[in-house]
Design a protein around this ligand. Structure first.
Ligand SMILES: [Zn+2]
Length: 180
């Protein structure tokens, strides 16, 4: 079969003229497609750095927690298992439990007055006397004393978060600090 009959080109046109009529973009697209297939396969992307789920310290790819937080994570799981046992009674979903926690914290904050704190227990005392001693208090102890999550307990032990003043008295007791 003749090319001219396929493409509707007038029989007097030469094949050179026909080629010249192909739009430049079509030709360059063909070149690009051909070039792509000869490129080396892209290397697989490196694994994103894995970090501890609690404190964010980089950990080896097989671990979920750093050495510091592993024991805490195990205790946390035990606490969670115990909680689930208690919660089957009121069969609330995780979302309902979370909003209940938020509501409880929000009402505790709105009920709290600065005058609830003894005069000696101020920000300076918290930062200089209490916070440095918290590293010796286990996360679960802080969690149950304040009703906070392990993430928050870790953050305040490391001084990354300064807890709401309503928590200072409980923390002062945990580290054995009392008024002089
Ligand atoms: Zn950690």
């Amino acid at each position: 079969m003749m090319l001219s009959s396929l493409c509707g080109i007038h029989p007097t046109e030469s094949i050179l003229e026909y080629t010249a009529k192909i739009p430049a973009t079509t030709q360059s697209n063909k070149r690009a497609a051909k070039g792509r297939s000869t490129l080396p396969r892209p290397k697989t992307a490196p694994h994103p750095e894995k970090v501890c789920r609690i404190c964010g310290t980089p950990v080896s790819p097989r671990r979920n927690h750093c050495v510091d937080c592993e024991a805490t994570a195990i205790r946390e799981r035990m606490v969670e298992v115990a909680k689930i046992g208690r919660m089957t009674a009121h069969a609330a979903g995780p979302r309902a439990r979370l909003s209940e926690t938020r509501r409880r914290h929000a009402s505790a904050i709105s009920a709290w007055q600065p005058s609830n704190l003894p005069a000696w227990l101020n920000e300076d005392t918290y930062t200089k006397k209490i916070q440095p001693l918290l590293k010796d208090i286990a996360n679960p102890v802080i969690m149950s004393a304040l009703g906070v999550s392990v993430t928050y307990a870790v953050a305040i032990r490391r001084g990354r978060r300064r807890p709401h003043p309503r928590h200072w008295q409980a923390l002062a007791q945990l580290v054995g600090l009392s008024p002089r």
